[in-house]
Design a protein around this ligand. Structure first.
Ligand code: GTR
Length: 326
C-alpha cells in the first residue's frame, strides 16, 4: 500500500516536472562585455543583476565580466553560443556573421541619425530583428537592444573627404561588410578585435579606427596620436543584449519572462546613461586635444552606395520600411 502511494507520488512528480519544463533552480549567470566597469552598458547589466537577485530572493544572480576579460566579441559570441557565457552585451556588428539577417542594421548610413535608429529599434522592426536572432540556429536569445551611438573615423592625419583616406589602414569590426565599407570610403579596412586596436595604433600597424566618443576615450585610443575625429557618422549600429540558449532553456517560463522584462529595463537605463556618456566623453576628448572635424557626410554616403547595393539587395523591403520610419 505504502509502496503504491510512493509510486503514485513519483509519477505525479514526474508528470508535473515534464509539464513545467525546467525547474526553478539557483543560477549565477555570467555576463560579459568588452567595455570597462562604469561604461553605460556594463552599469545597466549590473543593475539588471541586482533587480534579478531581488526579484528571485537570490536564486538568480548576474556576475559581470567587463573589460573584455573573457575575450573579444567574436570569441565571446562563440562562448555564449556554447553556454560558457550566459549573458552578452555585444555590438550587432560581429553578430551579423552568425545571424546574417541582422546585417541590415550593419549597413553604412542605414539610419539617418541616432534618433532614427531609436525609433526603428523601439518599433516593430526592432522587435522583428530580436525575434530573428532568437529564432536563428545561432543559439542566442535576444533580450533587448542598447544604444551604440554613431561611429566616426579617428586618424592621425585629418580626413575631410574619401580621397583623404587613400592609403590609410583603418581598423574595422570583424564582419566583411565593414571592411568593404572602409574600402568604399577610400581607405584600407583591416578587421581586428577591439582589444588589439590600442597597440596596433601605437605601433603604426594601423593608421586609424572608427568608433563613438565613449569607446574612443575609454579604450585610450585617443592617446596614440589619433587626434582627428572626422564626423562621418557612417555606422549607427544598435547593440544587442543576448542570453545563451543553453542557459535560457534552464530557466522556467516565469524566469524567462522576468529576464526579458529586466532586459527591456536595462535597455532604457543604458539609453539614459548613454546620452550623458557621449556628452561627457566628447568633452573629455576635446580637452585631451582631439579635434572634431566636420565633414560633408554626403560624400561618404555616396561612396558607400556599392556596399548598400551588395549587402542590402536581400533586405530591399526592410530598408524601405526603415527609411519610412519617422
Ligand atoms: C563599441 C561597441 C563594442 C565593440 C566596439 C568595437 O562601440 O560598443 O561592442 O563592438 O565598439 O569597435 O569593437
Amino acid at each position: 500500500m505504502i509502496r503504491r502511494t510512493l509510486l503514485n507520488a513519483s509519477a505525479v512528480f514526474a508528470l508535473g516536472a515534464a509539464s513545467l519544463g525546467a525547474s526553478a533552480q539557483t543560477m549565477v549567470l555570467k555576463a560579459a562585455d568588452v567595455h570597462p566597469a562604469g561604461y553605460p552598458n556594463v552599469v545597466a547589466v549590473e543593475s539588471m543583476g541586482k533587480k534579478l537577485e531581488a526579484a528571485t530572493n537570490g536564486r538568480l544572480k548576474i556576475q559581470t565580466f567587463p573589460g573584455g576579460v573573457l575575450g573579444g566579441e567574436k570569441e565571446m559570441i562563440e562562448q555564449t553560443q556554447v553556454g560558457a557565457i550566459n549573458i552578452l552585451r555585444t555590438s550587432l556588428g560581429p553578430v551579423g556573421t552568425v545571424v546574417p539577417e541582422v546585417n541590415v542594421f550593419n549597413l553604412p548610413f542605414i539610419f539617418r541619425s541616432q534618433e532614427h535608429a531609436r525609433a526603428v529599434i523601439d518599433g516593430p522592426i526592432g522587435d522583428e530583428l530580436l525575434a530573428k536572432v532568437s529564432a536563428s540556429p545561432a543559439k542566442l536569445v535576444a533580450i533587448g537592444w542598447m544604444d551604440g551611438g554613431a561611429r566616426s573615423l579617428y586618424t592621425k592625419k585629418p580626413v575631410r573627404t574619401p580621397a583623404d583616406l587613400k592609403g590609410q589602414k583603418v581598423r574595422m569590426m570583424g564582419n566583411p561588410l565593414f571592411v568593404d565599407t572602409m574600402n568604399a570610403m577610400g581607405g584600407n579596412g583591416i578587421s581586428m578585435a577591439y582589444g588589439e586596436v590600442f597597440s596596433a595604433l601605437q605601433t603604426g600597424v594601423i593608421d586609424g579606427a572608427e568608433n563613438n566618443p565613449p569607446s574612443m576615450f575609454t579604450s585610450n585610443h585617443f592617446s596614440t596620436g589619433t587626434k582627428y575625429y572626422a564626423q562621418t557618422n557612417h555606422l549607427i549600429i544598435p547593440e544587442l543584449l543576448v542570453m545563451s540558449k543553453v542557459a535560457w532553456d534552464k530557466l522556467t517560463p516565469a524566469d524567462q519572462a522576468l529576464v526579458k522584462k529586466l532586459g527591456r529595463e536595462a535597455q532604457l537605463e543604458q539609453r539614459a546613461l548613454w546620452d550623458k556618456s557621449v556628452e561627457e566623453h566628447t568633452a573629455k576628448l576635446k580637452a585631451a586635444g582631439v579635434e572634431f572635424v566636420p565633414v560633408d557626410q554626403k560624400l561618404f554616403f555616396d561612396a558607400t552606395e556599392p556596399v548598400r547595393a551588395k549587402y542590402g539587395a536581400k533586405f530591399a523591403d526592410l530598408m524601405k520600411r526603415i527609411a519610412e520610419v519617422k
